[in-house]
Design a protein around this ligand. Structure first.
Ligand code: C2E
Ligand code: CA
Ligand code: CA
Length: 534
């Protein structure tokens, strides 16, 4: 009897559908698997068309989104939920928080937050009974917009949930930026099986969520085995066919009357959620996540003005870009790298993280030294969290980003390249340095200006070959030069025609070695071969 509607039938019929109440809601309960009590429910849209029968949201919602009709639909759903909750409150029916779905299109060109606030106030529903579900893909439309919407929802007291979490690895990064209160993990991708890879991914994600201090709801749970497995991972909240399918309003009303309720536990404090000792166990899940699933991160202790790095992951040393090994970083006191002013900024961020139990971010300039790169001045943005404490000593987890490039403006760059620039501008040569270990090339000001190169060229010389600055028929020879230099040759010279104009330049390379005789960098220069020379 149910017939799938065509796109134009959906668009044409939808306004009447709302007016004539063909659109209605089903509710699907969320249960604490450990206690059997209800902790919430999700409102799901249904469309019973008089001619075409019941329509699935997955069929008509994308069409509504495409045609900017989803906003009125979602507002209609929100109001229906408020009306239902008002009725329950009036009749003395105990209620649970209801989650409603927000489409990312709801916030483009619409003041969604203002509108739902008006409705909620009109029905006098306490905000703790309403939750907003957003999806990871919402951020596609613009991270900033999403961060702003979440902020505004949270300021007004709404619990914000990340729906369909775990559909991609990028998730962890998005999660880091979107400050949600709860995560809904769709376990549909397990296809029933909890063993093997799926199970491992799942347990990492659960661990990650715990680590961030965010409660989880497992969605799409169909079997007792799945529910028990989720419980074993510490995720007790379940929404799925195992407990109940989405049910119409009157049936949900009965369920509300008959089932015991309990509140969802507010975000656990990391400090309680995490067993810091596990960080030292190389086989623990914490270690696995630390090394594989998060960005550049470090663990250090702080005690009365003293800091000491305990552990860093590989991405951390890469982020510093100083070619330091983890062994060289461990045991360092970051304070030594900071001047008075920057230490003050850093320490006050640590203190704030301690007193607020929250993540605090700051930006500090550091003086780093490594054998390979000498002294460097870099700017680090840190996100600091306290994850444990013993007496006056605090264990701190910091995610870091090297934002030096972001910070250094054109002027700085110009200055730092002075040694090159002066020489090269005078004698009319192009100059650059090439670091063997990282395959990074730093061009002089003139190269940047005339060839349009960035301040740092990675994977040199490939980008220049791709851009046809170095012609293809010379690429092989040129790569071979770099290989020979890396193998220890001290000088190489020769002619290379540059750009599609094939303008001939005389190239010279000189290698710099470290004290053990290992090649570190090559200094390159190129001079135009003028007619007279030839
Ligand atoms: P969703 O938000 O992820 O909703 C959960 C979907 O999973 C629901 O499908 C629900 O019926 C289904 N489900 C629940 N438990 C199980 C289970 O154990 N096994 C399986 N296989 N499925 C389960 P539904 O109701 O068809 O909704 C589909 C999607 O449509 C929703 O996914 C949501 O993205 C969207 N949607 C539904 N209502 C609304 C709404 O009011 N507004 C917006 N913007 N989107 C909505
Ligand atoms: Ca949802
Ligand atoms: Ca979902």
């Amino acid at each position: 009897m149910n017939k799938k509607m065509l796109s134009h039938e959906i668009v044409d019929g939808f306004t009447a559908a709302i007016r004539e109440q063909q659109i209605y809601l089903c509710y699907q309960v969320q249960i604490n698997h450990s206690t059997g009590r209800m902790v919430g429910a999700e409102a799901l849209m249904r469309w019973e068309h008089p001619d075409f029968g019941l329509q699935l949201p997955s069929d008509f919602i994308p069409i509504l989104e495409e045609h900017d009709l989803i906003y009125s639909a979602d507002i209609y759903v929100f109001e229906s939920v408020c009306r239902f909750l008002r009725k329950c409150l009036n009749d003395g029916v105990p209620i649970v928080p209801i989650s409603v779905n927000m489409s990312r299109y709801d916030v483009f060109n619409h003041d969604y937050v203002e509108e739902i606030e008006n409705i909620r106030n009109r029905y006098g529903i306490p905000v703790k009974f309403l939750r907003i579900e957003i999806t990871e893909s919402s951020a596609i439309g613009g991270m900033k917009l999403m961060i702003d919407v979440i902020d505004r929802l949270k300021t007004r007291g709404y619990v914000v949930e990340m729906d369909d979490f775990g559909s991609g690895y990028s998730s962890l990064n998005i999660l880091k930026n979107l400050n949600v209160d709860m995560i809904k993990l769709d376990i549909g991708f397990l296809d029933g099986g909890i063993r093997g890879r799926g199970g491992i991914i799942l347990s990492s994600v659960v661990q990650m969520a715990k680590w961030l201090g965010t409660p989880l709801i497992a969605e799409g749970v169909e079997t007792m085995e799945q529910a028990d497995y989720m419980k074993s991972l510490g995720c007790n909240y379940i929404q799925g066919f195992l407990y109940a399918r989405p049910m119409p309003e009157d049936e949900f009303l009965q369920t509300l009357r008959q089932t015991e309720h309990e509140p969802t536990v507010p975000a656990m404090r990391l400090i309680e959620a995490m067993d810091a000792g596990k960080f030292w166990d190389p086989d623990s899940m914490e270690t696995l996540i630390f090394s594989n699933f998060v960005g550049a991160a470090a663990l250090f202790t702080y005690q009365e003005g003293k800091t000491e790095i305990l552990r860093v992951n590989e991405k951390y040393t890469r982020e510093l870009a100083m070619n330091l090994s983890a062994q060289e970083v461990i045991g360092l006191d970051p304070r030594q790298e900071l001047d008075e002013e920057n230490w003050e900024i850093y320490e006050s961020a640590i203190k704030k993280a301690i007193s607020s139990h929250d993540e605090v971010s700051c930006e500090t300039w550091r003086n780093l030294h490594s054998k390979c790169c000498g002294n460097d001045h870099i700017c680090i943005r840190s996100f600091i969290r306290v994850i444990g404490c013993a007496g006056k000593q605090h264990l701190i987890y910091a995610m870091v980003q090297n934002i030096t490039a972001e910070k250094k403006n054109y002027r700085d760059l110009y200055d730092s390249d002075r040694r090159f620039r002066f020489a090269t501008e005078q004698i009319n040569v192009y100059a650059w340095e090439y670091t063997f270990a990282t395959k990074e090339m730093r061009p002089c000001f003139r190269c940047m200006r005339d060839l349009g190169l960035p301040a740092l060229v990675r994977n040199y010389p490939e980008p220049l070959i791709e851009a046809k600055i170095i012609p293809e028929d010379f690429a092989g020879m040129y790569r071979d030069w770099l290989r020979r230099l890396a193998d220890g040759e001290e000088h190489i010279e020769g002619v290379v025609p540059l750009t599609i104009g094939r303008i001939p330049f005389y190239f010279r390379y000189t290698t710099e070695f470290d004290e053990t005789g290992k090649p570190l960098k090559a200094y390159g220069s190129a001079t135009l071969i003028s007619e007279e020379d030839g």
